[in-house]
Design a protein around this ligand. Sequence first.
Ligand code: UD1
Ligand code: CA
Length: 466
Amino acid sequence: MNPLTAVILAAGKGTRMKSSRPKVLHPVCGRPMISHVVDAARTAGAKDIVLVINPEMTAIKDLFGDRVKYAYQEEQLGTGHAVGAARSLVDPTGEVLVLCGDTPLLAGPVLAELINAHRLAQASATVLTAELADATGYGRIVHSATGAIERIVEEKDANPEEKAIREVNTGSYCFDAQSLFSALERVGCDNAQGEYYLTDVLPIMRTDGQLVQAYLASKPILTQGINNRVQLAEAEAFMRSQIREHHMLNGVTILDPNSTFIDAAVTIGADTVLYPFTILQGETVIESNCIIGPSVQVKDSTIKEGTQVRHAVLQEVQVGPGADVGPFTNLRPGTVLAENSKAGTFVEIKKSYVGPNSKVPHLSYVGDAKLGNSSNIGAGTITCNYDGTKKHVTIIEDNVFIGSNTNLVAPVKIGHGAYTGAGSTIYKDVPPGALAIERAEQKNIEGWVEKRRQKLSCEKSKSKLE
Ligand code: UD1
Ligand code: CA
């Protein structure tokens, strides 16, 4: 089979986004839109991927590194000029898929259909077209009497009759490489925008006696390009609903799809239930039989089988299996909650390991700590991990009982099976099996309340006499 190269055009400024960031890096469902396009090209069988970018777009190179090739277009002289910039990186004996970096909904299977249609017809060019109710802004497809494409006319160059055409150029094409570059050499810039139009290769190919055809997309929405933030939100909404549908068909219950947001890379196991206002972001993995939500935001985390998470924020953490988180819990990067452990109400845990069956049930801050198995942290316990300059570690071994309102001044270690008395500030290591208690002796002053009452009433009657 002919080697297939994808050339993805992304050097345009995307001025209508009104953004300091290149348009194609704006995320759709948690991933830069150009990443969706690169994935689609790979799924469709592209061996090499060439991104045509402006040399200033270093963030795009940071994103892909050497997984793709880069062609530089210093001046944006049009789509034809942009494809020309990629010429030396394309295998001339093969086929070229030309795509735009701003069509994130265009999935691999649609591109595979386009390539298939191209090969079946042995065409030199196949243009992915779409029929739109409102074709404003797009190039219109002008067909010849035989049904092949005669040419594509840009909106700015079109007469009223041509403007009435509803079949548009989506900006995705499959070409025979040799025919493409041979025709491109002959493209001029005598048009309304003074640009080198890629679409002008089509009539040149026809003059060369080659077949130029259209492949009409069955779902126009998938071909939609993004030019502004309204279209960005539309694409986001469409992709999100597809993602939710995918998970529901794979056995995930979503109680209220409209209030549930799941990024493209998230995986969810069967029989997990998502309650309303759940946001699953980044590279998050939720295993099966979990209960997530209501009101949960999880980013780049793994939640293992049978875990429950309610009203919580989790970022870069690993939880479960069988753990219980929430309500009102903040789990920060580097936290691991092992099997059957618990982080409960008004608890914040940062960069800590909570061992199997250990519990931090209420009102605690645990930072830079390592907890063993089956330890219990009393309400109001705080690890004092920061001395104003450095962070220090707290170690709590197995079967430890930390009394309520304990301050653990790190670095400090509580040995196996030890207890701390409620309200203690623990600043020395506690040996295994010991009770550490640090608080002033309690004093009870008998009859104090009555004596005070009498004193107050005496003062009151004196002031009345004056
Ligand atoms: C282009 C098509 C039009 C089609 C539309 C679909 C041409 C002449 N017109 O028009 O028929 O309906 O796409 O969206 O091709 N780019 C560069 N360098 C350039 C110019 C553009 O890399 O010098 C990139 C842009 O970043 C973008 C893509 O090419 O990803 C399309 O460019 P754009 O300016 O949006 O083309 P349109 O005028 O919309
Ligand atoms: Ca466009």
